[in-house]
Design a binder for this molecule. Sequence first.
Ligand SMILES: O=C(O)c1ccccc1N[C@@H]1O[C@H](COP(=O)(O)O)[C@@H](O)[C@H]1O
Length: 227
Amino acid sequence: MNAPVPFAIKICGLSTPETLEAALGAGADMIGLNFHPKSPRFVTLERARELAAMARGRTAIVALIVDWDGRRAAELVEALKPDWLQLHGSETPDETAALRRVAGRPVMKALGIAGAEDLGAVAAYRGAADRILLDAKPPKDAAFPGGHGRPFDWSLLAGLDPAQPFMLSGGLDPANVAQAIGLTRPAGVDVSSGVESAPGVKDPARIAEFIAAARKAAAAVQEGSQA
Ligand SMILES: O=C(O)c1ccccc1N[C@@H]1O[C@H](COP(=O)(O)O)[C@@H](O)[C@H]1O
């Protein structure tokens, strides 16, 4: 039997040393650096290297990319040395497996969920991705494919194979994360907008509140499943 993976809390879209330090101090397990140019959380490689140097050895560093090819991803890995790649575009299972191979890093594949039919994609990525991240589907006219602060209907996840681990994202915040964890029992949670005071502006107090609430709810689920 595989060893259980510890519950992971990821704070995504960090772009300043101060807010990164807030996430590290509050105990984030993963931090996300966003390389999608249309995102309000976009960081240059230079800024990302500065932040990664602060974070290395204290948390897992995740580089978020959207529909990149393998050569570009491998160059980013060489320059930044992230622990993970987060693929948040329309990468197919084959492209996901190829990116993982070429870049030599574990990959977290984000899948957009709006209805029960979207859950079918999850099985297709088994073996291609190291983690599945279930996010709300972006609005149709959206300029970027994630980070819109919108939740999806969590009750849809009752239709998922209970043996399938996943991380949950999409519209999570300090006030709803405990309910989301209790209902869906994810292997981790990921947040961006819900810990901001404005798009792209992270709020240290909300980061700390989010991490404390998620940690407490995950511990309660764990205790409940052991009882
Ligand atoms: O945050 C962004 O700007 C972003 C841009 C492009 C792709 C993904 C992005 N963020 C990811 O989206 C989800 C949900 O974010 P939110 O909490 O609803 O704002 C999360 O996994 C982020 O990593």
